[in-house]
Design a protein around this ligand. Structure first.
Ligand SMILES: Cc1cc2nc3c(=O)[nH]c(=O)nc-3n(C[C@H](O)[C@H](O)[C@H](O)COP(=O)(O)O)c2cc1C
Length: 170
């Protein structure tokens, strides 16, 4: 499978450790993995200009780092959304990347998705998980796993092993 991992963190710490564990194990299992650190990218919000649904014929009127993300969305068999929790949801950068998929509607080939979330406290996940569940249901993509790491679970071998097992099971 071709797997696109969107990492919504702007830094290389907890979420990136989860992404690294997933990507390494998935590659070892024979998959092709592309990691895009959207948390460090410049991606503006959708302008609702509807260029994409008219003259643009599926292409976006805005040109920024989303130009790197859209081809990966278009080509992948699986999408992994990985993000720290910022104020009870995924990061703003991740939300921009998610919403700019509007020009193509949904990843056309993706059949599977997973969600990796990192936080400081143990209970801030409801908003991010609701967004992910509603979005994947809308897109007709099967959820194959949601893994959260809170506080001391971040970077723990137990949590990274859970993520490796998910990658190996694909
Ligand atoms: C702007 C901001 C908002 C945050 N909001 C929350 C929150 O609502 N709940 C929580 O448990 N942690 C919150 N955190 C903590 C991060 O989710 C946590 O430190 C996470 O492990 C960071 O992941 P990273 O190392 O990939 O950046 C917040 C951190 C920042 C910088």
């Amino acid at each position: 499978m071709k797997i696109t991992v969107l990492n919504g963190s702007p830094r290389k710490e907890n979420t990136s450790a989860m992404v690294e564990a997933f990507a390494t194990a998935a590659k070892e299992a024979g998959h092709t993995v592309e990691v895009l650190q959207v948390g460090k990218m410049k991606i503006a919000g959708c302008l609702a200009c509807e260029y994409c649904h008219g003259k643009g014929n599926g292409s976006c009127a805005q040109h920024d780092d989303m130009d790197k993300v859209l081809p990966a969305y278009q080509d992948c068999d699986m999408v992994v959304f990985a993000s720290p929790i910022y104020y009870f949801t995924m990061t703003a950068q991740m939300h921009a990347a998610i919403q700019r998929v509007y020009c193509i509607g949904k990843p056309p080939k993706a059949k599977k998705a997973a969600l990796l979330l990192s936080s400081a406290s143990p209970t801030p996940y409801a908003g991010a998980i609701a967004t992910y569940n509603d979005m994947t249901a809308y897109m007709g993509i099967e959820n194959v796993g949601i893994i959260t790491a809170a506080g001391d679970e971040n970077k723990s071998e137990a949590k990274l092993n859970e993520i490796r097992k998910l990658a190996q099971s694909l």
